[in-house]
Ligand binder design. Structure first.
Ligand SMILES: Nc1ncnc2c1ncn2[C@@H]1O[C@H](COP(=O)(O)OP(=O)(O)O)[C@@H](O)[C@H]1O
Ligand SMILES: [Mg+2]
Length: 241
């Protein structure tokens, strides 16, 4: 469960209002897609959810706990994959996965089994013993995702996870996230890809210039927009200033 209440964030001493009075709730069991044009405030929102940035005002709770007052309790149940996979280049893939598993306290048996499963699925098994600095951008993204998946946290927060993923890897990720949410987990992710959002999400939000422009199921968005068309059409109408 993720709850944002009246969250505001500006940069440059208030010159840029990146997130403006954002309130939304993502209950357990839900795949929640966060859409918006470039610069709409998606990454800023995500960084506040995971505790990298502090809101100027408002509050965020993860699994019922305030993420400023109980940051460790929130982080312990959350896995975050940023849009740019900037990670420890001198570690090998396996060393990186072990490091993440240590941080989250994943028992040895689970970490081995889950790492193997995801290294196979993402076609990284052959390079797992190589340093990450030899990896391509896509491979780095997949090793970070593997780290998140091997933790099996209650809450996944993924910033543009489909960008740069090959179709097979994207398919595996979507299946795993659907199963995770069917077991009562939560996924909050941002995306530019309308087809993914349309087919994959239980609910969606469209953010525009830092403000929530629309929120609900695809059906609800259609009703709000008075438009029975595609998500792309609703998105373009909602964000056309
Ligand atoms: N570190 C920063 N310093 C100043 N402005 C920033 C910073 N990060 C983001 N912004 C600005 O905040 C707004 C929202 O950015 P961002 O959250 O990255 O949007 P999105 O992820 O939707 O593309 C944009 O106007 C962007 O230029
Ligand atoms: Mg972004």
């Amino acid at each position: 469960m993720i709850e944002l209440k009246n969250v505001c964030k500006s940069y440059n001493k208030g010159a840029v209002r990146a997130v403006d009075d954002l309130t939304l709730t993502v209950p357990p069991g839900e795949i929640f897609g966060f859409l918006g044009p470039n610069g709409a405030g998606k990454t800023t929102t995500i960084k506040m959810i995971v505790g990298i940035l502090a809101p100027d005002s408002g509050a965020i709770a993860i699994a019922g706990r305030d993420n400023r007052r109980e940051p460790l309790a929130c982080k312990a149940v959350t896995a975050y994959v940023p849009d740019e996979p900037e990670i420890y280049e001198r570690l090998t893939g396996l060393e990186y996965l072990n490091f993440i598993a240590d941080v989250y306290g994943v028992p040895a048996r689970e970490r081995g089994e889950r790492s193997r499963r995801w290294l196979e699925a993402f076609e990284l098994a052959a390079v797992a013993a190589d340093p990450i600095q030899t990896y391509s951008h896509g491979m780095r993204q997949k090793i970070v995702l593997t780290g998140a998946l091997l933790v099996e946290p209650r809450v996944f927060v993924l910033d543009e996870p489909m960008t740069g993923l090959d179709p097979r890897s994207a398919h595996h990720l979507k299946e795993a996230m659907r199963a995770h949410c069917d077991r009562g987990g939560t996924l909050f992710f941002s995306t530019h890809v309308m087809e993914v959002a349309e087919k994959f999400c239980d609910r969606l939000a469209i953010i525009h210039k830092g403000r929530l422009a629309a929120c609900g199921t695809l059906e609800e968005l259609r009703r709000q927009a008075g438009d029975s068309g595609s998500l792309e059409k609703i998105f373009l109408e909602t964000t056309g200033s």
